[in-house]
Design a protein around this ligand. Structure first.
Ligand SMILES: Nc1ncnc2c1ncn2[C@@H]1O[C@H](COP(=O)(O)OP(=O)(O)OP(=O)(O)O)[C@@H](O)[C@H]1O
Length: 816
């Protein structure tokens, strides 16, 4: 089974302590907190006691620093598919292979929430040609809208179907020839809609459009798909690129509705859950965490504010990526969990800025600040879009069978609850309804008990092989039709709505800004250049925050259901009916605004110089990557710093061994490099030793040569002495010169030498009888000349010595 393992490094970090900040402190960047307690779908306005932690700090403390939700969280791969890719339209009854476990795709990027989520990319391309206001109205609002969608057969001709499908009259009936094989009768079923085909647009228009509109108008609404596995629930709810399902179409309509209601402002936030094996999981949480159902409150639950179709697309994409799916015997990508996409819609009439509501009662502690501020009540509703897991028979895979048991049990409980509710409504009873028997019914309790408008799309497989399952689904559809609803609009007159908190924060920040603005001229004289820069930065940050908060609140001017991102607000027009005094006042205000903008420009320039490593609208995955890298660096540097200071370093388990692994690898690399260098050094030493030996040999050869030369000199000197006539010849011109001359065959004796020789004739005669010194060349020199081919230098030395060795002719010349 694919379980979500929570490593130490993935554990949620504790929020850092909030630093105390003075009034001059730069306000924090807007980062809604990750987990927000939400009211249950039906109990939309939270009771003050169970007040939700909201995605922002309280308006009264705009300078508080909110912890980044992703601190310490490992980045997780982002799943790029918006919707899980649908398996190719499987022929009915075909059996794809079964993998070992369901996938909870690697949780995608842990995110830093930005106020706009994603606002700049092109809007989700959904073809919704029917305007929301032109869509169908709910005819019987106290009843569940029940539709049956028949999945087309492989050929698409409806020929081999076991059911007679009458779309025109919204009837479905088992063919008589199939009645026996299914063990069922041929009773006719009638519902609000019987739909066929693969086009998702008519399905959306018939089953969901009115409910989305109701949600925008302040009613809690639920749309869910129920049916046997592989009957087309996910295809209906999510769809694919060619056929967007109910969820993307609904989101498109939400923006379309805002666009068409210029007198209201809206705040949208989304969460995405799944119930897998009776445990609720938050599909938007970067760290897989089970969500607890406390009463009707889900904790912890991540809610994300979004401001554009692209923003919600990104949320859906992430949630879809985290859903557990697996291949079963019937469906290649079977949902193994019930998934619930929740959209909280807050809206209220735009207040006329210049007309405070003086008629309202004064604010009392714990009472409504709304009246004091001239605000209007806030409508709050929840739209739940639910894709239930499919009921199924035991499969060939153990794990799938176990999941199937959980799925079937919770669906049975849902059926049971629906039956009791139907009976209670029909017979005017109030029997106990076992909502808490399963997580699904517990979660849906507020809606099922009547406080929501409900639309159910029962998907069926009309093949003869699935008659029993189809009958069971149609039975469920019939039972839920009997449930009585009593949904009412929720209007909050208190200030707990998020939209009001944002508004209050905007007011507080604006006040701060005005104060600063008033003090600005005096301050400029008093402050140093650096302080002035800081001041201007603080001012810019406040205005930035104001703009961020304003950006979260949507109006018809700021949203576009088709284009990318919010539109700029159109400039206000000049009213020529104003008196000169009023115009002067406006002019004065405009001048002040310009001054303020100058200040902002200065601060923006400073900010530009110190701009962050990554742009704020970079994809979440990049931000997460950068955060992870920086965290890694911080950890490594702090470890290094500790070890430098001699503090024993304990390896942080949160590092998950990665640093240690990295350093071990580096150490190995260095050891290899050292070993290579050692080997090279040993080779060098060996070569040096060889060189030394060569030098010794050369020195020996040198000595031998000198001895030889000395002998020659001695011989010549001796000859001169013996002649007793001439002075001895200098050794410089002695043997070597003589030998050189001799070598060229041009040994010339001077006439005076010849004379001397004649005079020394008796001595010469004596010497001639003895062996020549030249013939007495030392043996080792001879050896050296003939051996030692090992070294480069030897041939040179050898050549020199060979050059020195006189030839027989030379010797004869010399002696003779
Ligand atoms: N109306 C339809 N037209 C064309 N293809 C369809 C239709 N309904 C379902 N399919 C195809 O049938 C397959 C199974 O559909 P899907 O996954 O939506 O079933 P499911 O009811 O959600 O199953 P599970 O409960 O196992 O998750 C998909 O490949 C889907 O594309």
């Amino acid at each position: 089974m694919a379980t979500r393992q929570r490593s130490a490094s993935q554990s949620r970090p504790s929020s850092p302590t909030r630093p105390k900040t003075s009034m001059r402190t730069r306000p924090p960047p807007f980062v809604p907190s990750s987990h927000t307690r939400v009211p249950s779908a039906s109990r939309a306005p939270p009771a003050p006691a169970a007040r939700a932690e909201t995605p922002v700090d309280r308006p009264t403390s705009p300078t508080k620093i909110t912890a980044s939700i992703t601190a310490g969280v490992k980045p997780i791969k982002k799943n790029l598919a918006f919707r899980r890719p649908m398996a190719p339209h499987t022929p009915l009854g075909s059996r794809p292979t079964t993998p070992s476990s369901p996938t909870r795709h690697d949780s995608p990027a842990a995110m830093l929430l930005t106020p706009h989520q994603v606002t700049t990319v092109t809007s989700h391309d959904v073809d919704v040609s029917v305007d929301m206001d032109d869509g169908p109205m709910l005819d019987s609002e106290d009843k569940v809208l029940v539709s049956v969608r028949v999945r087309p057969n492989k050929a698409g001709d409806g020929k081999d179907l076991a059911w007679i499908v009458n779309e025109k009259d919204d009837k479905i009936q088992l063919r008589p020839e199939n009645a026996r094989s299914g063990g069922a009768g041929t009773a006719e079923y009638r519902f609000d809609n019987i739909l066929t085909g693969s086009d998702n647009k008519p399905i959306y228009n018939a089953t969901a459009k009115a409910h989305v509109r109701a949600a925008m108008e302040g009613f809690n609404s639920v749309i869910f798909a129920y049916g046997q596995t592989a009957s087309g629930k996910t295809f209906t709810l999510t769809g694919d690129d060619d056929q967007p399902g109910i969820i993307p179409r609904a989101m498109k309509d939400v923006f379309s509705y805002i666009r068409k209601h210029p007198k209201r402002e809206f705040l949208l936030r989304a969460s995405y859950l799944e119930i897998y094996n009776e445990t609720i999981h938050d599909l938007l949480s970067p760290v897989p965490t089970p969500v607890q159902l406390k009463g009707s409150t889900l904790v912890p639950l991540r809610e994300e504010v979004f401001t554009s179709p692209q923003g919600v697309k990104e949320i859906l994409e992430r949630g879809e990526g985290n859903r557990r799916t697996a291949s079963t015997d019937w469906n290649e990508r079977s949902s193994r969990s019930h998934s619930i996409f929740r959209l909280v819609i807050e809206s209220r009439e735009l207040a006329e800025a210049s007309t405070p509501n003086h008629n309202m009662p004064p604010a009392t502690p714990g009472g409504s600040r709304l009246y004091r501020d001239g605000g209007k009540p806030v409508q709050m509703s929840v739209l739940n879009l639910i894709d239930l897991a499919g009921s199924e028979k035991a499969t060939s895979d153990k794990e799938r069978t176990r999941e199937g048991r959980y799925i079937n049990t919770s669906l049975l409980t849902l059926g049971h609850v629906i039956q009791i509710l139907g009976e209670n409504a029909a017979k005017g009873k109030s029997d106990h309804v076992p909502y808490r028997s399963s997580k699904l019914t517990h979660l849906l309790q507020p809606c099922l008990s009547g406080d929501a408008r409900i639309s159910v799309i029962c998907t069926v497989n009309a093949a003869p092989s699935a008659i029993t399952e189809t009958q069971s689904t149609l039975g469920f559809a019939s039972r839920i039709k009997k449930v009585q609803l009593n949904a009412e609009k929720k209007e909050l007159i208190d200030t707990e709505a998020l939209i009001e908190r944002y508004k209050a924060e905007i007011r507080a920040l604006k006040q701060q800004l005005e104060e600063r603005e008033r003090e600005a001229p005096a301050m400029r004289r008093r402050l140093s250049l650096r302080e002035q820069k800081d001041e201007s930065k603080a001012v810019t940050d406040i205005s930035k925050r104001i703009n961020q908060l304003k950006g979260l609140i949507l109006t018809s001017n700021t949203v576009d259901d088709n284009l990318c991102g919010p539109r700029p607000v159109s400039p206000s027009k000049i009213d020529f009916d104003l008196t000169p005094h009023q115009l002067r006042e406006e002019l004065f205000q405009a001048k002040r605004k310009i001054e303020l903008q100058d200040l902002q420009i200065m601060s923006l320039e400073t900010a530009l110089e110190q701009r962050p490593l990554i742009s704020t609208d970079a994809p979440e995955s990049e931000k997460d990557k950068l955060i992870a890298e920086l965290q890694q660096q911080v950890t490594e540097l702090s470890l290094a710093a500790r070890s430098c200071r001699g503090i024993p370093v304990e390896v942080d388990p949160a590092l998950d061994g990665t640093t240690e692994q990295e350093w071990t690898a580096r150490l190995k690399e260095m050891e290899t490099a050292v070993a290579e260098k050692d080997a090279y050094a040993a080779e060098c030493a060996k070569a040096l030793e060889g060189e030394k030996q060569l030098r010794v040999k050369l020195e020996e050869a040198n000595k031998a040569m000198h001895a030889f030369v000395r002998d020659i000199d001695l011989y010549i000197t001796g000859k001169a002495a013996e002649s007793r006539i001439a002075k001895p010849r200098s050794s410089g011109m002695g043997a070597l010169a003589a030998l050189d001359t001799n070598k060229t065959g041009e040994l010339r004796r001077s006439s005076s030498d010849q004379d001397l020789e004649k005079k020394a004739d008796p001595v010469l005669k004596r010497i001639r009888g003895q062996p020549s010194l030249l013939e007495q060349m030392p043996e080792e020199l001879e050896m050296l000349m003939n051996q030692d081919d090992d070294f480069d230098m030897v041939p040179t030395a050898k050549a020199t010595l060979k050059g020195l060795k006189p030839s027989t002719a030379d010797k004869e010349n010399l002696i003779g």
